[in-house]
Design a protein around this ligand. Structure first.
Ligand SMILES: CC(C)(COP(=O)(O)OP(=O)(O)OC[C@H]1O[C@@H](n2cnc3c(N)ncnc32)[C@H](O)[C@@H]1OP(=O)(O)O)[C@@H](O)C(=O)NCCC(=O)NCCS
Length: 238
C-alpha cells in the first residue's frame, strides 16, 4: 500500500508517496503497480535498518539509499542540571526574522537527504528549507523557533508521543565553536520544560559527524537509527 504525502506532492508539484507495508519482493512489486496506476512520480520507503532482506528487495526493485538517520535523546531535567546559568542571547523568532532565517538555512544543511537525492534539484532543496523555516515561524511546521540574531536558530516541535523534537538547529559558519549552538539547545530544552516535556529528541544524519559530536558533548544519548530509500518513477512512465 502507498500513502500519499500531500504536503510534499503539492510543494514539489509531483506525486510523492510512501510505502506503508512489509518489504518483500512481492509486496514491492504490488506497490509499484499501484504507483504506476495512480500516477506517482516518486516513492520513499523506510525499512528497519536491521532488515537486510527488505533492503535487498527494495534495491532489486529500483529503490536507492537516500538517508541514514540517527536520533539522539536527552532528559530535560538532567540536561538543565548540567547547563550553565546566566543571561541568554536567545529570543523567539518573529515574522520579521523570516528573511534572515531563510537565507541562513540555505547554507546550513548540505547533508540533508534532499541535497543528495537525484529526484530533487539543489533549487528544490533550498526552496524546501526556506519554506520550512517560514512555516516553522508561522506555527505550521514547529511550535517555537528560537534564535540568536545573526548567529543561529533552533526549531522546536511537540511530538505526538509527548516528547519534544528539535527539528532543525543551525549556527552560521562564522559564529560556530563559540557556544551559540549550546545556548540555542539550552533555550530549546527550557522551552520544552515550560511545555511539561520530559524528553527531547533530535535527529541527524550518520554522515553529520559535526552534529553527532555536538549532541554527544551536550550529553544526549543515542536513541535509534533509521534509513530512507527513494525510487524515481517519472522515467518509467515517459
Ligand atoms: C552543530 C552546530 C549547531 C554546533 O554549533 P556551535 O555553535 O558550533 O556549537 P557550540 O560552540 O555551542 O559547541 C557546543 C559543544 O559542542 C562541541 N562541538 C561543536 N561542534 C563540534 C564539532 N564539529 N566537533 C566536536 N565537538 C563540537 C563544542 O566543542 C562544545 O563543547 P563544550 O561546550 O563542551 O566545549 C553547528 O556546527 C551547525 O550549525 N552545523 C550545521 C548544521 C547542522 O548540521 N545541524 C544539525 C543537524 S539538524
Amino acid at each position: 500500500m502507498i500513502e500519499l504525502l500531500p504536503w510534499d506532492s503539492e510543494f514539489f508539484g509531483r506525486r510523492i508517496g510512501a510505502l506503508t507495508r512489509v518489504w518483500t519482493e512481492a509486496s514491492i512489486t504490488g506497490d509499484l503497480d499501484e504507483a504506476g496506476r495512480d500516477g506517482y512520480d516518486y516513492l520513499i520507503s523506510r525499512p528497519p535498518v536491521e532488515d537486510a532482506a527488505a533492503v535487498r528487495a527494495l534495491e532489486q526493485r529500483g529503490f536507492y539509499l537516500t538517508d541514514l538517520g540517527v536520533t539522539w535523546q536527552g532528559e530535560v531535567g538532567r540536561y538543565l542540571q548540567g547547563a550553565g546559568r546566566g543571561p541568554s542571547p536567545v529570543r523567539h523568532a518573529t515574522e520579521a526574522d523570516i528573511p534572515w532565517l531563510q537565507q541562513a538555512s540555505v547554507s546550513l544543511f548540505p547533508l540533508s537527504r534532499f541535497y543528495h537525492d537525484p529526484f530533487y534539484s539543489k533549487a528544490d532543496a533550498d526552496r524546501l528549507h526556506a519554506a520550512w523555516l517560514a512555516n516553522s515561524v508561522r506555527g505550521l511546521a514547529a511550535d517555537a523557533v528560537l534564535m540568536i540574531p545573526e548567529a543561529g536558530f533552533v526549531t522546536c516541535k511537540m511530538a505526538k508521543d509527548g516528547a519534544g523534537e528539535v527539528v532543525l538547529i543551525g549556527v552560521v559558519d562564522r559564529a560556530r565553536q563559540r557556544g551559540a549552538g549550546r545556548a540555542l539547545m539550552t533555550a530549546a530544552v527550557e522551552w520544552f520544560r515550560s511545555q511539561a516535556v520530559a524528553t527531547v529528541r533530535v535527529k541527524t544524519q550518520v554522515k553529520n559527524l559535526q552534529a553527532m559530536n555536538f549532541y554527544h558533548r551536550l550529553r544526549f544519548d543515542l536513541h535509534s537509527t533509521d534509513m530512507t530509500m527513494g525510487c524515481i518513477l517519472l522515467k518509467e512512465r515517459t
